[in-house]
Design a protein around this ligand. Structure first.
Ligand code: ADP
Length: 899
């Protein structure tokens, strides 16, 4: 019964066959196979209100495939009826709308027009009391039934429609019967259609059921239904797969039996919430128990099933096995855990590695120590040929290179092991810039490159950071820039970070300062821009052959930048240039510590340390038209004089001298375009202030007569090319030290340098061979070292200025030496030694021997940050790293002994 609600519900379950009027119509339909209309009935749907008379229409439905030719066959084949109840008043108002104007209209079941047979009336009888003038009666043939219709005129109608009334009545009568006829036809005519439709629906239903069945059976998810108490009412075959029990043995059992005991209470509560209506559904991951006893993780979705009145009829839902995912999660967690352990192990390994590197560096530094010192000594030896001296120089320089590499590796490993200290100091950008300028101007000149420095206006004056590291970073970037640039310029720019460049960065660029070193060099291919920051990586294999280098510089740069809270970026265009930008935070929580007075980087190999052969502030003007020559001479001089100026011809030389009256010496090439060396020297000597300016003439044309001509034109001395370094230095030394020429401004230049490099200010190197004395007597020094080569080389150097050098190869022997020679002025103490190491020996000297007065200078090749503190704690007066920088050593000895 559709719709299955409201008054229709009243008819549900009513046996129509038990009532004669309906039964007659049903039997008629059954027997003749057509639709039939019942006599007048009161429908069971009727309530007490607005009771209407009605009728029913039946269409017989026979079992498919059965013969229905005869009445007998039809009776036998009957399956049921399709039927429809009609409420007469509703039906007629549907057909006629507001009725027929000025006309009464009645319908009767059958041929009689009695009150009992009245099906419908368009008017209320009580109103129309008068006898109607027109009265028409007609019968309507319906399927298996006759109805009678009666029309009666009303007074209004009778007055107005005098002439054509009969016609009108006729028409309206016909019209109504026609309408009814059409209605019944259309209803009955659908019999066939309905049957087909029913068959189609039946087929579809069948298919759908089939599909549903298959789906439910094959689906991997469990579909279930329980009753109100939680007992399984339905389970699809997936159940067995998930939980191991068969559907048959599980049906009727409570679902809680299959839940892990730990979760039963919780699941019981949830189910109760569904029953009580507190929850409509829930979704949860539940731990179940498989028949085998193992845990099964399922994702459960349960929803309450309710009837029309909202009462719970059961719970319906689905369930999915998520054990695999769960297991994966557990494994992922374990993996994470083991990754963490792996990280820790890696960190330990890293520390071990850097420990190893530190030790290795010690092993490398010790032999290097002697090599460097001896090679250095040889370069000053007078009875060697210049070639031999040059070879010594090569050995020395190679040693320095090696040392630089060791230092780089050590720097890296220290950063990696987290043992690189950062110390914040305030410095102004201006100062930094000037420092950079001083170091690289000579390089720029020698390479014929422009060096530009730009300080963006509006920046803070300076900032707190670890400036030693910043300078090291910039030096690295600058030396790369110069190395890989053949023409154009290298620019250092200190500026606010360019927001666009760092768009992808997570850093707040406003709180950063950028230092950009850009060049117009060969550039870096896009695919190598990340790689070059890796250790030992260069753009390609040819790089080191062509340009040298090890591929460590940028690794250190990046690690240092990170250490200072910043980062390094590179932008580059092949053949156009590169720009490396160091971004540093304006405020970084640096430990509030004062840098130690002897930063470990200031050892013999620190690129800033100068082996000042000549007085501090010495400025040399190199005049040569050949770039390679300027470079070569620059290279030789670079570490030995304060400042080098370059001129490519005589004219430029004169201009430079004009601008820089502080020049102490001129190296003058002779063969040059425009104004040659002779002309230039003549022009210089013409100026009285340069009358005594030392000039050394250099020429590749070593012809007889050249020397004479040079000297005549104004040169103090003459050297043939290729210049022998030692000879050059010797000549320079002579000229500079004997020169009576007052050196204007030298004081200020030296003064400017004093803050940056304390070594050169106090260096006694201008008189390297003066013997050291204390209260007029020569010094005695005890040298303690287990490495014979180290002892030999150091002793050899010490003997040049110190009266007596005693030797001990371990702590025990050192103590004995001291007992035998209480007059020792100073002990140079190595740390890593067999039997008794340096720490133990120093403690013994201080505590056991009570020698508090004896200065002890600790020397160590291990340069971990704590080494210095350990030495001082053990009793050292001061501390130096190996290989020993002789300049420093002399300074240190002077300071310790006050001589
Ligand atoms: P090194 O210079 O000792 O080889 P670095 O780590 O400093 O080591 O540099 C790695 C490589 O990156 C260089 O060998 C070079 O190929 C490339 N590179 C670095 N700076 C520049 C630059 N300014 N222009 C072109 N290439 C550069």
């Amino acid at each position: 019964l559709e719709p299955f609600k409201d008054r229709n519900l009243r008819a549900f379950g009513f046996d129509m066959f038990s009532e004669p009027v309906r039964r007659a119509a049903m039997e008629q339909a059954r027997d003749n196979g057509n639709s039939s209309v019942s006599g007048k009935v009161k429908l069971v749907q009727e309530t007490v209100k607005d009771v209407q008379s009605g009728f029913l229409m039946y269409i017989p439905v026979y079992k498919p495939g059965r013969p229905v030719a005869t009445e007998e066959e039809r009776r036998y084949a009957l399956l049921g009826f399709v039927y429809s109840p009609f409420r007469m008043k509703d039906l007629m108002s549907g057909i006629l709308g507001h009725g027929i104007p000025d006309m009464d209209f009645e319908l009767f079941d059958g041929p009689e027009t009695t009150a009992e047979q009245l099906l419908y009336t368009s008017h209320d009888r009580t109103v129309s009391q008068t006898v109607p003038k027109y009265n028409v009666i007609r019968s309507i043939n319906l399927p298996g039934r006759v109805w009678t219709v009666r029309f009666q005129s009303r007074p209004d109608f009778e007055q107005e429609m005098v002439s054509w009334q009969p016609l009108l009545l006729l028409i309206s009568g016909c019209l109504i019967s026609l309408l009814l006829f059409v209605l019944f036809r259309s209803l009955a005519g659908r019999q066939e259609h309905i049957l087909l439709e029913a068959q189609r629906i039946g087929r579809e239903l069948h298919q759908a059921e089939d599909r549903y069945q298959r789906m439910v059976e094959n689906i991997k998810e469990l579909i279930f239904e329980t009753d109100v108490a939680g007992r399984w009412k339905f389970l699809n075959p997936a159940w067995e797969e998930i939980i191991g029990y068969t559907v048959e043995e599980s049906l009727g059992r409570n679902f809680l039996n299959y839940v892990h005991p730990d979760e039963r209470e919780h699941q019981k509560d949830l189910f109760k919430s569904l029953v009580d209506g507190d929850l409509e559904f829930y979704r949860e991951e539940v731990r179940g128990i498989h028949r085998s006893g193992r845990d099964v993780w399922v994702e459960l979705y349960a929803t309450a099933q309710r009837d029309e009145l909202g009462g719970l009829t059961g719970v319906f839902g689905t369930l999915r096995d998520v054990s695999i995912r769960r297991q994966a999660e557990i494994m992922a967690r374990q993996a994470e855990l083991s990754a963490h352990q792996a990280r820790e192990a890696a960190e330990l390994a890293n520390q071990a590695k850097s420990e190893f590197l530190a030790n290795m560096s010690h092993e490398l530094r010790t032999p290097l120590n002697s090599m460097l010192i001896l090679a250095k000594l040889l370069t000053g030896e007078n009875n060697l040929t210049s070639e031999q001296v040059e070879s010594a120089q090569v050995i020395h320089d190679s040693g320095l290179d090696l040392l630089r590499l060791i230092n780089d590796i050590l720097d890296l490993s220290k950063v990696e092991a987290g043992r690189m200290d950062v110390l914040g100091e305030t410095m102004e950008f201006q100062t930094l810039q000037e420092g950079v300028l001083r170091q690289f101007r000579a390089v720029a000149l020698s390479r014929n490159l422009e060096l530009r420095l730009e300080l963006e206006p509006g920046l803070p004056k300076g900032m707190i950071t670890d400036w030693i590291k910043v300078e090291q970073i910039l030096r690295n970037l600058l030396s790369n820039a110069f190395k890989f640039t053949h023409h154009g310029a290298v620019t250092v720019r200190i500026h606010r970070p360019d927001g666009a460049d760092f768009a992808e960065s997570t850093m707040n660029v406003d709180r950063f300062v950028a230092f950009t070193v850009s060049d117009t060099g060969i550039g870096i291919p896009e695919d190598k821009r990340e790689l070059i920051f890796e250790t030992f990586q260069q753009v390609d294999g040819a790089t080191s052959r062509k340009y040298g280098g090890t591929g460590l510089g940028l690794s250190i740069v990046r690690r240092f930048a990170q250490l200072l809270g910043g980062e390094v970026r590179v932008a580059s265009r092949l053949d156009e240039g590169s720009a490396f930008t160091l971004l540093l935070p304006l405020e970084f929580p640096f430990p509030d510590k004062v840098r130690s007075s002897l930063p470990e980087s200031e050892d013999a190999v620190s690129p800033t340390a100068r082996e000042s052969f000549f007085a501090p502030g010495t400025t040399v003007l190199v005049v040569d038209d050949d770039e390679r020559n300027r470079f070569a001479i620059g290279k030789i001089l670079e570490k030995r004089v304060e400042r080098i100026l370059y001129a490519e011809d005589g004219g430029k030389a004169l201009r430079l001298l004009d601008e820089n009256p502080g020049v102490n010496l001129v190296l003058m090439d002779i063969m040059m375009p425009t104004m040659d060396g002779y002309q230039a020297m003549a022009a210089i000597r013409k100026q009285p202030r340069f009358a005594h300016l030392p000039i050394i003439a250099l020429t590749a044309k070593a012809m007889p007569g050249d020397r004479q001509r040079c000297l005549e034109t104004g040169a103090n001395d003459y050297l043939p090319k290729p210049v022998q370094v030692e000879r050059l230095f010797g000549t320079m030394n002579e000229l500079l030290n004997t020169s009576s020429t007052p050196i204007p401004n030298a004081g200020t230049i030296a003064g400017a340098d004093a803050s940056a490099d304390p070594v050169s200010t106090s260096s006694p190197s201008s008189q390297p061979l003066r013997a050291m004395t204390r209260n007029g007597r020569p010094l005695t020094v005890l040298l303690v070292d287990d490495d014979m080569r180290g002892i030999f080389s150091l002793a050899k150097v010490l003997q040049t200025r110190i009266g007596r050098v005693l030797i001990a190869t371990d702590g025990v022997k050192a103590l004995k030496q001291l007992k035998d020679h209480p007059d020792v002025d100073l002990v140079l103490m190595d740390i890593m030694m067999p039997n008794m190491d340096g720490y133990q020996a120093m403690r013994a000297i201080r505590l056991d021997m009570g020698r508090d007065d004896l200065p002890i200078l600790a020397l160590t090749a291990k340069v971990m940050p704590e080494d210095e503190a350990l030495c001082l704690e053990a009793g050292a007066t001061a501390y130096l790293t190996k290989p020993v920088d002789m300049e420093r050593l002399w300074v240190e000895i002077e300071q310790l002994l006050g001589c």
